[in-house]
Design a protein around this ligand. Sequence first.
Ligand code: ADP
Ligand code: MG
Length: 698
Amino acid sequence: MSSVREEFGSLVFDDRIMKATLSKKVYDSLKKTIDQGQSLDINVANAVASAMKDWAVSKGATHYTHWFQPLTGITAEKHDSFISPSPDGGVIMEFSGKELIKGEPDASSFPSGGIRATFEARGYTAWDPTSYAFIKGKTLCIPTAFCSYGGEALDKKTPLLRSMQAINKQALRILRLFGNDTVKCVKTSVGPEQEYFLIDKQMYEKRPDLKFTGRTLFGARPPKGQEMDDHYFGVIKPRVLEYMEDLNVELWKLGILAKTEHNEVAPAQHELAPIYTTTNIATDHNQLTMEIMQKVASKHGLVCLLHEKPFDGVNGSGKHNNWSISTDEGTNLLSPGETPYENAQFLLFLCAVIKAVDDYQDLLRISVATAGNDHRLGANEAPPAVVSIFLGDELNGILEAIEKDEAYSGVEKTQIKLGVHVLPKFNRDTTDRNRTSPFAFTGNKFEFRMLGSSNSIACTNMMLNSAVAESLKTFADELEGAKDFDKALHDLIQRTIKEHKRIIFNGNGYDDSWIKEAVEERGLLNYKTTADCMPHILDKKNVDMLTSHKVFSEVELKSRCEIMLENYVKTVTIEANTMSSMTKTAIAPAIVSYTTDLAKSIKEKTSVCDTLLCTYEKEALTKLSCLTDCISIKLKELDDAIIALTPIESTEDKAYHIRDTVLPRMGELRALCDEAESITAKEYWPFPSYADLLFGVK
Ligand code: ADP
Ligand code: MG
């Protein structure tokens, strides 16, 4: 392989390639579009399209696609070839500016939550020049947004880009108040840490539940799980290491800054973290990363599971969204500064996040809500479903001192007067100890840990950016009118701490007593399932905030709520059907043949010698026969629950039925089948066991 430096970004139409292949005029004009959002001239688009095509063809591409992120959770693409007939009977490779800017996928099968039905059947895709085009296989992929003809967003990228504009606008107002007239724009950055499982492909192929639903719906606990904690940061197995090396190369080619990888807590679980980048690009990259992870796994005879909870009783997989705000001048606004003014500014941005997380706890919870992630949150392995912020002792001490106008006794006793005193330097290393917090300050960024491994990070970041934009807006409104800025700033920060300190919690988030305190004493929200939280996206305060910053229209929010609930209902329905079918066609027959053989054996043995007790066989036979009877009852109950879904009209009511009836019945059926597995001879059991799956890769 050529060197990493040569390989890095070799499949990306990035700034280096643009500079090299575009005329200065075209390049400058495109840069203005990318950096300042100026609209693009068609002549410029034509020139860019032509250069892009030549570059892609030189790399072996024959097709192009508008690559977008519909609301299904995956990415979508429709391939068109560059080929165009030439008068001499041959073909030429063509790609116009028009084709670059706008596409019209046959989008009628993408979810729209009713939007398209009321407008027009088709949607269109529009080029997002802020995210580089790249080559996948033989296809040039152009990152795009996906909208209805009425202009409503049907994807995840559009609201994310809008939220970035919103936070940019409000953050600039604040920076101007601190006398900064040179900053041109403020962007949020994200580094998402991605967890995943790797299992053997042959084992996977034998599990219909993994194939259809991404998770095991059955499986008795193995004798060894993760109790020894011997996998975490342990030596990486050779086959996994080869996979990781190959994966890195593929990601590097796409310009993705894959940086660290290590084993995670559960057996067969691993993590990959890229170096952080602008949120929009980080989102595209994370989406691509997930896709490439699965592709590369397949080449190695492995399967990469991105489901949040592939195995019961073993830690699930999450995604940590490391988030910060910085200026185009390179200042991280969540980093404590060197001067009193920088510190006051830092505290104001910190307070904006605290207020945002408190005011919009529900939106953050909603942004990570899927049927899969419901299995993790609150299950003593992932943060609880209650949102709270961890600041660490030192920062907490500083806020308390400000709140009470008391001396801060951290490093040396000082009365902190904002705008006058330099904050005591706090040790960054001590800030990241608490792994149980959903939203932790880690020195110069916040780490939101509630995301599920398969979630798109777009959803969380659009909510986070919007909520913080809203805090900054109320702050700017207040401060812009102030006569004495320093006093107004001090009062505002002090008041914000007082009003929102209930969201700050530095203790153990896994503790049951915390959930009690959070809900009963602090009045924090605890939405345990997707069905519980999703309808609240339409609460007036949320609609007001998101529409006022133009991140969503009300129609878009209604459609999103509908689609997310629909996804929840569909996901669980597929799981329930898969369970029912696996039980009927494989599990029950396996138990029957084992028990029949047991019965035969007892009969044969006692016919040879009638004093034989056959205790083991008889006990197993009795137990398994009883279990089969119970399984038969629970199976019928589950089938009835699935049938009962059809006549329910509203998606919201369907979701409640899933939560209250289907999921509990699935749990009951599973418990019985798992118990049967644990006493059935292995050769009879139709599926690879948890031990086979979790410890199968050497
Ligand atoms: P860990 O959380 O495992 O201790 P790190 O803190 O080193 O690991 O980084 C985790 C992720 O946070 C990485 O993807 C890294 O690029 C990202 N990150 C680091 N600094 C920032 C920042 N200022 N803004 C956003 N993400 C960041
Ligand atoms: Mg982390």
